[in-house]
Design a binder for this molecule. Structure first.
Ligand code: HEC
Ligand code: HEC
Ligand code: HEC
Ligand code: HEC
Length: 461
């Protein structure tokens, strides 16, 4: 279920926090002066928490809290350090491939990625030490620290007082769930949603369970002191509340128009993946089971309309109704493209495409064809303009039937002898074999079999 083993052996994330060793006391004094100006919580950056007398100790021997939280957050080879690596992974090959496929530019500066792979905050709320390179820093979960930074290490300070200054009460299961789900499911805040397209482009699936993931990233001790301040963690309750919050989160996003659809289609992220995909290869090395199709300008990983007859009609129009071929092709492309926009646009484009097909139907019905026409249509089907459009089983099966039909027509017209047709039967059969098993279909194998069949017919012209 969980991919955390994947993280083993990853290089360290941004270590800007590591070098910061200024003392808490100095910070405290500086803070007293500054805090009035920072009444609305700003994100002060991991370095602000990382002083050696704060949370940056080498050993977890602090009196109240361990004080080596930074070290655990940066743990290079375990899930507990995943958040400090979250920004660095955006410069890796997998992230770059995702961003390039979706036209997002560099992943490390794409807002669609930074919402979850860095501390997600508007520029105006960034303090001097804020760095995107910190990844998911302390304040991402514990809250922007301007308000509570000074008070939270005073002897007389209370948890309740800190919370009133903006510290997030993460010991509360529903509050914690809401924080984690922003990234471990999604939210309506900027850049916090993993679309189906991102997953198709190579993003791992998001899998989450509140209690388990809490222990995987735990950087505190639940000792008597903690229990006295915040109460003991009840795992059953944490788990159960996590489930309830996840149900609500998915439904609230699903109900928003901005998330629920992708052009004509629903956003597939919300659906059970394996109802459409019997196999998914959720590995670092992306494994696409489809090819993009030059005749269909649809969004990446959107379902293509079954265009088997459009492809054939496009081929035949080139040869037998050349005056209408280009407008039919452009109507077909517009129809596919409209599916990325919405239903009204798709219906309008469908009406135009239907009118173009109807014009072709009339023109083709009225024509009379010379003996060479069938040869030319076969050549068009397997030619450079049409052949790249054979990326799917149905269109390809249609093409083999067309070639066989047209070959028989040539025999009936006496253009080809029965013996000559029998002589190239093996090539036609190879084309049939390449569409025999829909589950074994491979576009490349099909296109070369089709090409050979067509060339052997051309030789008989
Ligand atoms: C701002 C976004 C964000 C928030 C909030 C967040 N996480 Fe994460 N978390 C991530 C990202 C991104 C990764 C993956 C980083 C990587 O692979 O390097 C991750 C990874 C993890 C991992 C490691 C998983 C693995 O498979 O190795 C655990 C465990 C985890 N988070 C737990 C939590 C918990 C518990 C919370 C809430 C208390 C939480 N996270 C809040 C973004 C977030
Ligand atoms: C809704 C939050 C969210 C968004 C938006 C998001 N990610 Fe992630 N990403 C995660 C989480 C959570 C994980 C860890 C998944 C796990 O292992 O459970 C992750 C893991 C990854 C990984 C694998 C990391 C590893 O350690 O192998 C890569 C690469 C990645 N994301 C890149 C991207 C890119 C590129 C974008 C933008 C196109 C993006 N992410 C957008 C939350 C998000
Ligand atoms: C992914 C979310 C997340 C991140 C990032 C994170 N923490 Fe935590 N932290 C928690 C949770 C959840 C707890 C346990 C609940 C609680 O007591 O607040 C916790 C507990 C703690 C505690 C113990 C609190 C107590 O009352 O004993 C300290 C101290 C702490 N974190 C400091 C840090 C520091 C410093 C960083 C950055 C280096 C950091 N945390 C990063 C989620 C996070
Ligand atoms: C309603 C159907 C549907 C659902 C549900 C669905 N997908 Fe897809 N997915 C598609 C289509 C369509 C494509 C584009 C590939 C194609 O044309 O066959 C695709 C492509 C992909 C790819 C690219 C690799 C490949 O197989 O070619 C991945 C990975 C993927 N989806 C993952 C997921 C995940 C993860 C989920 C669940 C969160 C999911 N899908 C849910 C229809 C679906």
């Amino acid at each position: 279920m969980i991919a955390f083993l994947d993280h083993l052996g990853k290089p360290l994330g941004s270590l800007s926090a590591r070098v910061a060793t200024f003392a808490c006391l100095a910070l405290f004094v500086a803070w007293l002066g500054a805090s009035a100006a920072h009444a609305t919580g700003r994100f002060e950056g991991v370095a602000t928490c990382a002083g050696s007398t704060c949370h940056g100790r080498a050993e977890g021997n602090g009196k109240v809290v361990r004080q080596d939280e930074l070290r655990r957050w940066q743990e290079p080879s375990s899930p507990s350090g995943a958040h400090s690596r979250a920004f660095a992974v955006l410069s890796g090959q997998r992230a770059q491939q995702i961003a390039a496929t979706l036209g997002l530019g560099a992943a490390a500066s794409a807002s669609a990625c930074l919402g979850c792979h860095a501390t997600n905050t508007p520029v105006g709320l960034r303090g001097d030490r804020y760095q995107a390179g910190d990844g998911v820093g302390c304040e991402t979960c514990h809250g922007a620290s301007t308000g509570w930074l000074a008070s939270h290490y005073t002897v007389l300070g209370t948890h309740a007082a800190n919370v009133s200054q903006g510290l997030v009460p993460l010991e509360n299961p529903a509050v914690r769930a809401a924080v984690c789900l922003d990234c471990h499911y999604g939210s309506d805040k900027p850049g916090q949603f993993v679309t189906h397209r991102m997953m198709a482009a190579g993003h791992p699936r998001i899998s989450f369970e509140l209690d388990l993931f809490s222990s995987l990233q735990q950087h505190h001790d639940e000792d008597a002191d903690y229990a006295a301040r915040k109460g003991r963690t009840d795992s059953l309750r944490l788990w159960a509340v996590g489930q309830a919050e996840a149900v609500q989160r998915s439904l609230s996003l699903f109900s928003r128009p901005a998330f629920s659809s992708q052009g004509l289609f629903p956003e597939f992220t919300f659906y059970d993946c394996h109802s459409c995909h019997r196999q998914i290869f959720d590995v670092a090395q992306r494994h696409l089971t489809f090819e993009t199709n030059p005749g269909r300008p649809i969004p990446f990983a959107a379902p293509p309309f079954n265009d088997e007859n459009m492809i054939m009609l496009s081929a035949v129009a080139r040869v037998l109704a050349p005056g209408q071929a280009a407008s039919f092709d452009s109507a077909a492309r517009n129809f596919h493209g409209a599916m990325g926009i919405g239903r009204p646009q798709t219906l309008a484009a469908a009406a135009r495409l239907s009118a173009a097909a109807s014009g072709l139907s009339r023109a083709l019905a009225g024509g009379s064809y010379s003996g060479d026409s069938a040869f030319t249509v076969i050549a068009a089907i397997s030619g450079r303009a049409i052949s790249p459009r054979f990326t799917d089983y149905t269109g390809s099966a249609q093409a083999v039937m067309a070639v066989d039909t047209l070959l028989n027509a040539l025999v009936r017209q006496g253009r080809i002898t029965v013996g000559a047709a029998a002589g190239i039967r093996a090539n036609i059969n190879r084309a049939y074999a390449s569409v025999k098993d829909p589950n074994g279909y491979d576009p490349g194998t099909f296109r070369s079999a089709l090409g050979e069949a067509a060339r052997s017919i051309e030789v008989l012209r």
